[in-house]
Design a protein around this ligand. Sequence first.
Ligand code: THU
Length: 128
Amino acid sequence: MTDKELLEAAEKAMKNAYAPYSNFKVGAALLCSDGIVFTGCNIENASYGASNCAERTAVFKAVSEGHRDFSAIAIVSSSGEETFPCGICRQVLAEFAPDIRVILSNKENAPVSYKFQEIMPYIFSLEN
Ligand code: THU
């Protein structure tokens, strides 16, 4: 699975985004170490705080299906610019995959890749 293919899976998932309040659609594609991909989109709610981000949708789908080993996550949004995961999603990713690669799409529609530690140094964990 190439970075471009993972971004394409995220683009496809973004089509299912339910974002009538922000009009900001997000799609994510999470690559498991065994090659399986779980996708997710943001799902908003009239009670705004009940909304869920695309990244967490993908992680929760994977974990609830018994997958906890992740190697990469691709994220796209309707902004067409690099869209970084929010703080809550970073904390959720840190729980399962502190070494995950984060793949975003830039304005030229090209993959840009970050090490998780670059975007989330000094994670909170109960061990340190
Ligand atoms: N959103 C995501 O899905 N992922 C992020 O990392 C940032 C924000 C969603 C939440 C909300 O539905 C919309 O984008 C605007 O904040």
